[in-house]
Ligand binder design. Structure first.
Ligand SMILES: Cc1cc2nc3c(=O)[nH]c(=O)nc-3n(C[C@H](O)[C@H](O)[C@H](O)COP(=O)(O)OP(=O)(O)OC[C@H]3O[C@@H](n4cnc5c(N)ncnc54)[C@H](O)[C@@H]3O)c2cc1C
Length: 303
């Protein structure tokens, strides 16, 4: 059996109640199916466990990274030293509050939250059905689709700092903008969010969700590993259209390629490495810039 590093031994000794994995392949936890081993991965099941993990990490001066469903992360081939805290399904739970509001824990997927809202006849989350990430990841980067965005429904967010302290921020205090919140600038972990919705007809809400899912299936390469849109929408035009106009559909670096179905997606054709994807994004951005004068910036978070 592989020996434990000093860091792994520290967490093994100090976090007896928390579910931990050592040398855990990031490729198992990212939708790109890319990434080497995380030295330690923790799966805290409550805000209390999350706070214990963060305090143990701080005591050791160990780097910590937060992972939701890994649907917007490119993890390095060489793996990750230190702690990765994985919240998907770990920090779980949803609750119906008064006045058409719901509280959702960060590890719940956006799709499950949207279905929960629909089952209670609540409208406003239809756009989120089909975004494959967690509520935590969605709040962190103000996820959106088909005209809807997290900022439109987010009433408040419980945020934990890296010392394990919890506070509540209102939606306006989150400073949401396009695919961005203040947590990206100053850190902080989404523990749960309250969404304010409107009462609606359950069948109409579900029909809308099915319609949006059908649009996704028709236009996106959902059969191949990817992280969704590889580039942010530029101030002029659309990334996919600019990439298509530059003749880059199918453009390939190693096993990373621009999707033939949707030029905005970078896909893993089988054995792509993080280096392949990074080189692909860099080259596509350069070629589009030469072709259009518009610089594309990655939307996927490159770790
Ligand atoms: C097929 C496909 C389609 C997609 N379609 C869309 C779309 O329509 N619209 C859209 O906006 N996105 C889309 N995405 C991208 C992705 O699903 C979203 O960005 C999603 O919000 C990421 O959530 P996640 O839980 O997977 O986050 P991760 O990928 O795990 O993490 C992304 C970033 O968020 C941080 N983070 C995650 N959880 C937390 C937390 N609890 N607290 C603080 N920080 C956290 C991470 O540290 C990381 O920096 C798509 C992706 C795929 C693969």
């Amino acid at each position: 059996m592989t020996e434990l590093t000093a860091v792994q031994q520290h967490f093994f000794n100090n976090l007896p109640h928390v579910s931990l994995a050592f040398y855990e392949p990031m490729s198992r936890h990212t939708s790109f199916r890319i990434g080497g081993n995380a030295e330690v991965m923790a799966f805290p099941k409550s805000a209390q466990e999350l706070s214990e993990v963060l305090r143990a990490t701080a005591a050791l001066g160990c780097p910590v990274a937060i992972l939701g469903a890994g649907t917007n992360v490119l993890a390095p081939d060489a793996g990750i030293s230190g702690m990765v805290v994985c919240l998907k399904d770990a920090l779980d739970g949803m609750e119906l509050l008064s006045d058409n509001r719901i509280r959702v824990m960060a590890g719940v997927t956006m799709t499950r939250a949207a279905v929960f809202a629909a089952n209670h006849g609540l409208s406003g989350m239809e756009f989120a059905h089909g975004i494959p990430g967690t509520v935590g990841g969605g709040v962190y980067m103000n996820a959106g689709a088909y005209g809807g965005e997290i900022c439109q429904i987010c009433e408040s967010v419980d945020v934990m700092d890296l010392a394990g302290n919890l506070r509540t921020l209102s939606g306006s205090e989150m400073d949401f903008s396009y695919r961005h919140s203040r947590l990206e600038d100053e850190g902080g972990i989404v523990v749960s969010a309250v969404f304010a919705l409107q009462s609606g007809d359950m069948e109409q809400i579900k029909a809308k969700m099915r319609e949006l899912q059908a649009k996704r299936s028709a236009s996106q390469p959902l059969d191949k590993p990817s992280a969704g849109s590889a580039f942010k929408r530029p101030t002029q035009g659309y990334a996919a259209a600019l990439i298509d106009q530059a003749g880059l559909k199918g453009y390939r670096v190693g096993d990373a390629a621009v999707s033939e179905k949707h030029a905005g997606f970078a896909v893993n054709l089988g054995n792509a490495t993080a280096e392949d994807v990074k080189n692909l994004l860099r080259q596509v951005s350069d070629i589009v810039y030469e072709n259009s004068g518009i610089r594309l910036e990655p939307e996927v978070r490159i770790w």
